[in-house]
Ligand binder design. Structure first.
Ligand SMILES: [Ca+2]
Ligand SMILES: [Ca+2]
Length: 501
């Protein structure tokens, strides 16, 4: 095992020698609730229940929120697919495992190879586990390895029909094939997410009464390419009323290091979107895809309601991170701001208060202990999240811990009820009053009046701050404080370098 990782994982009381290879003793109490987990890729807070966009239409998520509890201040642990999903399933922070990039798949990290993840903990308690679409970022590989993660696998994540050529002009940084969006004629029924939803509907309809099920369904959209058919575009006006609020020069008061987190990426900057008349098109395409995915969620929920399991199933909806659509001068993720870290998190089902809205901070890392508690499974002492069951019973139940997001070693955001504090690896900082300044336009970190607020939030920075795990690559940033040298994907970033556009 990599020595530094082992040291990291050995720190503190959280970990036993074999970091979590026990799933607890299987028990067979009276019928436990089923679990229906629905994940959406790259979905920010532009959903009805979160109010992140005033015009978005998500009637099915609205209905789910009405029958459950919505976390209004829920944040992912990493603003990127692989580390976010790994953290959720492992129950460990990125800063603990060192999984920050699009690689490695966590099973390729020796310390994590045999760790019992969320779905496996359910299987160890007698559940049959199902998955389809995008749940893990990596495909485990052979049929044997897949079965080790979930019992039953449905169709994989797929875009579906694509136009014969890209709909938008060539994009910077290599004209990445995924960087595309717009409306073109195709059939909804042929889209990857439609097929994934159909599979889930069929499995639910034929589900036997025993054993209980844990079903994890992952939608790909609104991840780019944001293609949708005309009916979804028709939900949104083709004018600038759909654009999110932005400020020119908003980043003038952000540390230069904020750019290093997304130094060279295929997601276009706002300037390119504006100069190429693509900003409105991207926003409208993203909104159209959200409504399309919402409809697929609706199909699954409708199917569940037609089964005998409608009242004995815990439903949880989440996204793996947010997405900028012009805010802070960029599109994409890989930032420590609200638009990148805030995600939908909605629970519904037995024991969960209906129509409740919780303002306490929540972390996606909390899913593991929360689902254990809701379903009466054996608790684990080696999880870094906290159960949200108290807030699911009473949305006003207190919680002192903030939500923490990490993007590469040394870069962390701490989100409390009122504030967002950001610490970059070179020691620079940001602070936003989210009540007074929800768009994070005014960085207060250098204002001496906020010294106490800064101090309160600094103490939540992760004590364990692991270097990248072996095999880390793609969107990996490192920083050496001795030399003040940052490396973006192994290429030095110099203080004098112009920001890549
Ligand atoms: Ca993602
Ligand atoms: Ca600003």
């Amino acid at each position: 095992m990599n020595r530094s990782l082992w040291m990291t994982l050995s720190v503190g009381a959280l970990f036993s020698a074999a970091i979590g290879t026990t799933a607890g003793e299987p028990t067979t109490p009276s019928r436990r609730p089923n679990v229906l987990m629905i994940a959406v890729d790259d979905l920010n807070d532009w959903v009805g229940p979160l109010g992140g966009h005033p015009l978005v239409k998500t009637p099915h998520m609205d209905r789910l929120a009405a029958r459950g509890t919505t976390f209004l201040n829920a944040h992912i642990q990493a603003p990127l697919c692989n580390p976010s999903r790994a953290s959720l399933f492992l129950g460990l922070r990125p800063s603990t495992t060192g999984i920050y990039g699009l690689s490695p798949w966590f099973r390729h990290v020796e310390a994590l190879r045999d760790r019992v993840v969320l779905s496996q903990h359910f299987r160890a308690h007698g559940y049959r586990t199902f998955t389809a679409g995008k749940i893990h970022h990596h495909n485990p590989g052979s049929p044997e390895k897949r079965t080790a993660e979930f019992d039953v696998w449905g169709p994989p994540s797929a875009v579906g029909p694509k136009p014969p050529r890209k709909l938008i002009p060539p994009t910077p940084m290599g004209n990445h094939p995924l960087m595309d969006w717009g409306c073109f004629p195709h059939r909804d029924e042929d889209k990857g997410d439609y097929i994934v939803a159909s599979w889930a509907v069929e499995r639910l309809r034929e589900m036997p009464p025993e054993p209980p099920f844990f079903m994890a369904i992952g939608f790909f959209l609104p991840h780019v390419p944001c293609y949708a058919t005309e009916q979804w575009f028709a939900l949104y006006p083709d004018d600038d009323s759909i654009l999110p609020p932005v400020r020119p020069e908003d980043r003038a008061d952000c540390p230069p290091f904020s750019w290093y987190l997304h130094w060279r990426l295929p997601e276009p900057r706002l300037r390119w979107l504006q100069e190429n008349h693509q900003w409105r098109n991207l926003v409208r395409s993203y909104l159209a895809c959200i409504s399309f995915v919402d409809a697929q969620i609706g199909r699954i929920l409708e199917a569940l309601d037609s089964t005998p399991y409608a009242t004995n199933t815990v439903i949880v909806l989440w996204s793996d991170h947010g997405y900028h659509l012009g805010e802070k001068a960029i599109s994409g993720k890989n930032t420590l701001w609200e638009r990148s870290t805030r995600v939908p998190l909605i629970f519904a089902g037995p024991g969960i208060t209906a129509g409740a809205r919780c303002r306490r901070p929540a972390e996606l890392l909390d899913l593991y202990p929360t689902l254990i508690e809701l379903c009466g499974l054996t608790p684990r002492s080696d999880l870094e999240g906290r159960s949200l069951a108290p807030q699911l019973r009473d949305a006003n139940a207190p919680r002192s811990a903030p939500a923490i997001t990490t993007h590469n070693q040394g870069n962390h955001a701490v989100r409390s009820e009122r504030w967002r504090y950001i610490h970059y690896a070179d020691g620079t900082e940001e602070l936003y009053d989210m009540d007074a300044d929800p768009n994070e336009w005014t960085n207060l970190a250098l204002d001496p009046r906020y010294a106490d607020v800064l101090a309160q939030h600094r103490r939540w920075l992760p004590r364990v701050d692991a270097p990248p795990a072996p095999g880390s690559r793609d969107r990996v940033l490192t920083y050496d404080p001795e030399t003040d040298e940052a490396l973006w994907e192994d290429t030095p970033v110099r203080r004098s370098d112009p920001i890549p556009e």
